[in-house]
Design a binder for this molecule. Structure first.
Ligand code: ADP
Length: 182
């Protein structure tokens, strides 16, 4: 089983749900930059205060800010991990590569979860997080297409991408993912 993973996919594709299941089962460290940022916001840290406004507008927080969050947690960790919501831009992917080279921990696989826009929007509206207002959702999907989707090509060139259909029930999707990582 591959141990160092990146989950890619649009907002609402189910990355978080699947990441939690897989990490529990395989004992991987789950690093969700969205969750980590929301924890900073809740604790009203300087970093959280900086991020809150940006997140509520559906914009991306700065590359340096998310990188500092991830770096702190990966640098002195030796087990398997799953990155969920990071990298989200090409500069983030490049910084991650430099970090992973330094710590001798290459990415084993990238899991891309795909789902149609209509289904994404429906799911996110039902979730109702503070950044799940329809206009903000559409903006996040647009940003995904502009900034994050190019990472698929980037990782395809390295032969790392497993594409998974994100429709159907949670267990079915989980099995597709596990099958792809054997
Ligand atoms: P989603 O369900 O939209 O994928 P996330 O929980 O992954 O939600 O992220 C929520 C918000 O946190 C994003 O819209 C963005 O503002 C911020 N964020 C999370 N990860 C990153 C990242 N790697 N780079 C920049 N901003 C991020």
């Amino acid at each position: 089983m591959k141990q160092r993973l990146v989950f890619l996919g649009p907002p609402g594709a189910g990355k978080g749900t699947q990441a939690i299941l897989l990490c529990k089962k395989q004992g991987l460290l789950h690093l969700s930059t969205g969750d980590l940022l929301r924890a900073e916001v809740k604790a009203s840290t300087p970093l959280g205060l900086e991020a809150a406004e940006i997140m509520n507008k559906g914009e991306l927080v700065s590359d340096s800010l998310v990188l500092s969050i991830v770096e702190k947690r990966l640098s002195d960790f030796n087990g398997g991990w799953l990155l969920d919501g990071f990298p989200r831009t090409l500069p983030q992917a490049e910084s991650l590569e430099i970090l992973l080279k330094q710590i001798h921990q290459p990415i084993d696989a990238v899991v891309l979860i795909e789902l149609k826009d209509e289904v994404l929007i429906k799911r996110l509206l039902a979730r109702g997080r503070s950044d799940d207002d329809e206009a903000v959702i559409r903006h996040r999907i647009q940003l995904y297409k502009e900034k994050t989707a190019p990472l698929v090509d980037h990782y395809n060139k390295q032969g790392l991408v497993n594409t998974i259909r994100g429709d159907g029930d949670i267990e079915a999707i989980a099995s597709r993912i596990e099958e792809s990582l054997k």
